[in-house]
Design a protein around this ligand. Structure first.
Ligand code: BG6
Ligand code: MG
Length: 214
């Protein structure tokens, strides 16, 4: 029985995953190599500094701690330029309704995003008040696939992990949800997300009535 639904943000509620990719791609290009969509799968769900480490490894680029700080901050400035242009119309179709359906049926709804920009994004989308609990990248030590972010969200929602369902588009996120002892709906490609209890191509293909079939 599911009592709480926990949503990832980037790639589940809105296509900010694409903006993260464009910003990393630009950084890689400036460093002299190209980042592919396949490379990007490894960056989804993981923290900014861990993502940078993966990007630098892919390009075989060495950088000091100080250079890493500066590279990560440039990437973040480009990402924030995309965020400043965002509007509520960018929320994936049906996601608002799905959240309303869960709440109308007595489920708690939380947001668990590794992004330190998560609060700015949901404010721009006008949905900051929809979540009973918001956990973002400023509140955790360990990045997904570590379960910390989901365990903290469940604790703040006062719901035991076994009663939580997570919506995730990242391989690392699916792993984190399962490691937390929760069930997980993967949003995206079956091949990348096959560990999830169910995979849907788009978030709102999952419906309230599907809760009983997990
Ligand atoms: C996650 C994204 O939600 O947040 C990752 O899937 C991103 O791609 C991570 O790297 C950290 O985001 P930010 O906004 O703190 O750089
Ligand atoms: Mg995501």
């Amino acid at each position: 029985m599911i009592k709480a639904c926990i949503f990832d943000l980037d790639g589940v509620i809105v296509d900010t995953a694409h903006y993260h990719f464009l910003a990393w791609k630009r950084l890689a290009h400036e460093l002299g190599f190209e980042l592919t969509p396949a490379d990007n799968e490894k960056l989804k769900g993981v923290s900014r500094m861990k993502s940078l480490e993966i990007v630098l490894d892919l390009g075989g680029v060495k950088a000091s701690d100080e250079e890493r700080e500066s590279l990560a901050s440039r990437k973040n400035i480009w990402f924030q330029e995309y965020v400043e242009q965002m509007a509520p119309e960018e929320i994936f179709p049906g996601v608002n309704q799905l959240i309303q359906d869960f709440k109308a049926n007595g489920l708690k709804v939380g947001l668990a995003s590794s992004s330190k920009n998560a609060r700015t994004v949901i404010r721009r989308l006008g949905i900051a008040d929809e979540f009973q609990v918001i956990v973002d990248g400023t509140m955790i030590v360990h990045s997904k696939p570590h379960p910390e972010i989901f365990l903290l969200t469940a604790q703040m929602l006062s719901v035991a992990p076994e009663y939580c369902l997570v919506f995730e588009d990242a391989e690392a996120g699916v792993e984190a949800a399962l490691a937390a002892g929760m069930r997980c709906v993967g949003v995206g490609n079956q091949q990348h997300l096959h560990l999830a209890n169910r995979v849907v191509a788009k978030t709102a293909q999952f419906q309230l009535s599907d809760l009983t079939q997990l």
